[in-house]
Design a protein around this ligand. Structure first.
Ligand SMILES: Nc1nc2c(ncn2[C@@H]2O[C@H](COP(=O)(O)OP(=O)(O)O)[C@@H](O)[C@H]2O)c(=O)[nH]1
Ligand SMILES: [Mg+2]
Length: 200
């Protein structure tokens, strides 16, 4: 039998699916980024910030934020025929940190979003991934009104190693958010290639 185009389509291998975490402080743009790139409706669970949550949900410097993600943001983005990323947003507040190890399970890397007005809010996420040896890239979410700094200045302020990618991005813009995710994948692949060559 002659194989037609449909046979070729069926014969195409399944794309590689990789899991990436999207982390960073409260209000830094995690839900926005996952929503901007995802091809499927995000499973995000937003809850209105209430009087009860006010002492723990620090909204200083976070413009017009009235909801918070309670469970997680989930999304999918096809990078190429061969690669699909599944995105898991980490809940930002400290009271949800018990979930992070669960979420990190099986992830190849993470993007840590940062806001230059509140860089310290990203320290916890950076510490988490450094301590677990999970590759990550930093995505500086460039809010308008926030001063722009070159990536090297942000790297120095966050005390990041030379090899950690620092990407300026706009979490609301699909192509921009995609670039930050691709930086994570490339960094993770380089890290594993380096680890492999160190073993031989
Ligand atoms: N101006 C601007 N606003 C943003 C950007 N990213 C997120 N936001 C807004 O900042 C607020 C917090 O974003 P959100 O994605 O909920 O933060 P999360 O807590 O990290 O999930 C929301 O009102 C977003 O619409 C950005 O790049 N520029
Ligand atoms: Mg959120």
């Amino acid at each position: 039998m002659v194989s037609g185009p449909s046979d070729i389509a069926t014969a195409a291998p399944d794309p590689l699916a990789l899991k990436i975490l999207v982390a960073g402080g409260f209000g830094v743009g995690k839900t926005t980024l996952v929503g901007a790139v995802s091809e499927i409706r995000s499973l995000q669970t937003e809850e209105r910030l209430t009087e009860a949550g006010r002492p723990v949900d620090d909204t200083t410097g976070v413009a017009a934020k009235r909801t918070t993600t309670v469970a997680m943001d989930f999304g999918r983005i096809t990078i190429s025929d061969a690669l699909v990323l599944y995105l898991f947003g980490t809940p930002g507040q400290e009271r949800f940190w018990f979930l992070w190890d669960e979420l990190a399970h099986g992830a190849i890397g993470a993007v840590v979003l940062a806001d230059t007005r509140r860089l310290a809010d990203s320290f916890a996420a950076i510490d988490f991934f450094e301590s677990r040896g999970l590759p990550f890239a930093v995505g500086v979410n460039c809010f308008e009104g926030a001063e722009r700094y070159p990536p090297e200045t942000v790297r120095a302020a966050l005390d990041l190693d030379e090899d950690i990618p620092v990407v300026l991005c706009d979490a609301r813009v699909r192509s921009s958010a995609r670039e930050a995710l691709v930086a994570v994948v490339e960094h993770a692949l380089q890290r594993s290639a380096a680890a492999r060559s160190a073993m031989t």
